[in-house]
Design a binder for this molecule. Structure first.
Ligand code: ARG
Length: 463
């Protein structure tokens, strides 16, 4: 990064040079250089539009386009030295363009301001990254569907209050995560619509006196349409806030998933194994294999939500239109994208490689009287009102606790102490398989339903 003072494109009305510290303090080039591609694409489209409406000649446009392409190559080859005294990516690129092509370079900024330029660049950058994020989300969804199919009939205890509640299938559990991530994709795509509106043409705040053609620029840049109000277009960052809110919800989902993976890999649960390549050891305890990826993702959730709050506070109370405050939007936004992409990528790689310990899960489901509700439902089938059935089963459970026996381990005489309505057929429903298979309706845990959900997910994901 070069620190020597360059001539400022806005220097005309100033009588002394910027204070050296202020120059560094106000510069954004350290971080906004990430948007160089979008800045160049926006400038090329702007130059094409200026040519279409007769403000630039065809030769001038040609020269600007070639100059910008050459600058892009230099940046990508690591040959362009960014200058702090040129403040940001916009002025750096524009100054380089003028160095390269001369006076024509100075015409590029006709009818535009850095205010509509930066708002456009961020939207283009975010739009591209929303698409990368959604690809990873879809890859993770696919991994969950594959795992759900593989373990459609594998039984584990379902929990409420982290206490054994009822037996469920592992496939059903994975499809719960899938459903959450599908809504996340929907939210992301919905947010993308509001990202994809073009600020260019708003200029500094009020529009421009040139006969610009914003529909044309929008079309060149793939925007759905140009923004309707110049003041709004240059100033609001609600689209970035909305994205960070969506990202926070995705991370919240991943943190819940993470918590379960951490619990399930512990010696106490021992429900699943994560491949060694997704875990690390301890430098002191040789036996340790720690679930670092889920733990780290759980931890990073706070960071993403923190960025959401940062952006909300950044926008709070800002008067119209652009204020320099808005330069602070980029770091939290970039960090959110990086964190989310990394977390999704790690999960999409890891999830298809999860293996299950069916015996340990089964054994856990046998503890905690997980088929108690089934027994109550059975008694309702024998004409007992549900509340009475609940009472009968409560007594049977108390007996089981005392004798250390699951309901399915009691014999018929033992069970009949609690209700004479209980008959031999009760054993069909007291088994774990009987219990899960009986919940055979849309949204139920039966293996059949899991496979139906897998099938419809595959159709949706076009797998
Ligand atoms: N670097 C600035 C930002 O990120 C660009 C816009 C500056 N506009 C201005 N009028 N100073 O917001």
């Amino acid at each position: 990064m070069s620190k020597e003072s360059a001539e400022k494109p806005w220097g005309g009305r100033f009588s002394e040079a910027t204070d050296a510290f202020v120059e560094e303090f106000t510069a954004s080039i350290d971080f906004d250089q990430r948007m160089y591609k979008q800045d160049i694409a926006g400038s090329k489209a702007h130059a094409s539009m200026l040519t279409k409406v007769g403000i630039l000649t065809e030769e001038e446009k040609q020269s600007i386009h070639e100059g910008l392409d050459a600058i892009q190559q230099d940046i990508e080859a690591g040959k362009l030295g960014w200058s702090v005294s040129l403040e940001d990516v916009h002025m750096n690129i524009e100054a380089r363009l003028t160095d390269r092509i001369g006076i024509t370079g100075k015409k590029l900024h006709t009818g535009r301001s850095r205010n509509d330029q930066v708002a456009t660049d961020i939207r283009l950058w975010l739009r591209e990254h929303i698409d990368f994020i959604n690809e990873e989300l879809l890859r993770l969804q696919k991994g969950l569907v594959d795992l759900a199919e593989r373990e459609a009939a594998t039984i584990l205890p379902g929990f409420t209050h982290l206490q054994v509640a009822q037996p469920i299938t592992f496939g059903h559990h994975m499809m719960a995560w899938y459903e959450m991530l599908v809504r996340d994709s929907e939210r992301l795509m919905d947010c993308r619509k509001r990202v994809n509106r073009m600020p260019l043409g708003a200029a500094a705040l009020a529009g421009t006196t040139y006969p610009i053609d914003r529909e044309y620029t929008a079309e060149l840049l793939g925007f759905d349409h140009p923004a309707n109000n110049s003041l709004d277009a240059v100033s609001d960052r609600d689209f970035a806030i909305e994205f960070c809110a969506t990202a926070s919800i995705i991370m919240m989902h991943l943190s819940r998933f993470s918590e379960e993976l951490v619990l399930w890999t512990s010696a106490q649960f021992n429900f699943i194994n994560l491949p060694d390549r997704f875990c690390t050891g301890s430098s002191i305890m040789p036996q340790k294999k720690n679930p670092d990826v889920p733990e780290l993702v759980r931890g990073k959730t706070g960071r993403v939500t923190g960025s959401l709050i940062t952006l909300l506070m950044l926008m709070k109370s800002q008067p119209l239109a652009y204020n320099k405050d808005n330069q602070e939007d980029k770091e939290p936004l970039f960090d959110t994208v990086d964190t989310l992409l990394g977390s999704l990528r790690a999960y999409a790689d890891m999830v298809p490689n999860i293996t299950v310990n069916a015996d340990a899960m089964r054994e856990a489901a046998m503890q905690g009287f997980s088929t108690a509700t089934d027994l109550a439902d059975y008694l309702v089938g024998k004409n007992l009102p549900f509340r009475d059935a609940h009472e009968v089963v409560g007594k049977a459970v108390a007996y089981g606790v005392e004798k250390q026996k699951d309901l399915s381990e009691m014999n018929l005489t033992e069970l009949q102490q609690f209700s004479s309505a209980i008959e031999k057929d009760v054993f069909n429903i007291l088994s774990l398989e009987g219990s899960v298979s009986a919940r055979n309706h849309l949204c139920g845990t039966a293996p059949k339903q899991v496979l139906l959900q897998v099938e419809s997910a595959r159709k949706k994901l076009l797998l």
